[in-house]
Design a protein around this ligand. Sequence first.
Ligand code: AMP
Length: 304
Amino acid sequence: MSLLVVGSVALDTIDTPLGRAENALGGSAVYVAVAGSYLAAPVRLVGVVGGDFPSEAIELLRSRSIDLEGLEIVRDGKTFRWGGKYHSDLNVRDTLYTDLNVFEHFDPKIPAAYRKSDYVCLGNIDPVLQQKVLQQTDSPKLVVCDTMNFWIDRKYQDLLNTLRLIDVLIVNDEEARGIAREANVLKSARCILDMGPRAVVVKKGEHGALLVTKTMVFTAPGYPLEEVHDPTGAGDAFAGGFTGYLAKTENLSDDGLKRALVYGSVLASFCIEKFSLAGLEGLTESQLSARVKEFQKLSHFDGV
Ligand code: AMP
């Protein structure tokens, strides 16, 4: 089934203890779309870039069969650039710069051919723009949405309006607490369920993710890796794997959502094993399913 992805498209410069990447393809929509492309089809991307956006980046997205009709190119503008530096504790990251460039005036226009998309993944953009995207779509089967502290702090009422329109919210624990204005993460997730979504996913970095619906609480671990090269985009790859799996299977039951959580964790684990998008390029179906089986073994126990 079709998956529409809206969000940032960027050129990232990233420093981690294991190396550096300069002007590498990044952005939330890119990570979501590339991860989702292993499961859903077609994947449709809506974003904006400048005339400096490299042709190799376009090639990479095309090589994953991502539909780029919705990628607006502002010829006389510059692509959004973001720089980040990770500490030896990879959970700690400093943003060195955020040059919004053409992204500052991003006004998502959904091409007519995208309006009937079945599954929608709203990347971390202004909640008002997230609503504008949904106004341009024709009753999707499922809307998954990301957000961040920036919007929780500055556009709380608009975010609440977005929450009424979506099905699944994916956030980290701090964001969940910020939205619910509640210290406990599980209580926060339950409180967010009362604001609109039918499921809340709380990401906990290397410690995995928590899935909460009205009828279930489920947790999946993070895949244990000995070497993480670049955590950038892990959350977005997670969202792409999660939504892509639901678009592929169309099973939106609690059990379907549980499996989607595992696919999210699997795609995120491939993402962080290499720099930028290298970990998400050229994956095979057997690599994906082998890691899903590893997940099953990781947390299976019996004898109770
Ligand atoms: P994550 O590691 O999940 O936070 O995602 C990192 C990606 O988000 C990078 O590829 C950045 O280009 C992109 N990014 C960083 N800051 C922003 C922002 N303010 N708005 C949208 N995307 C951003």
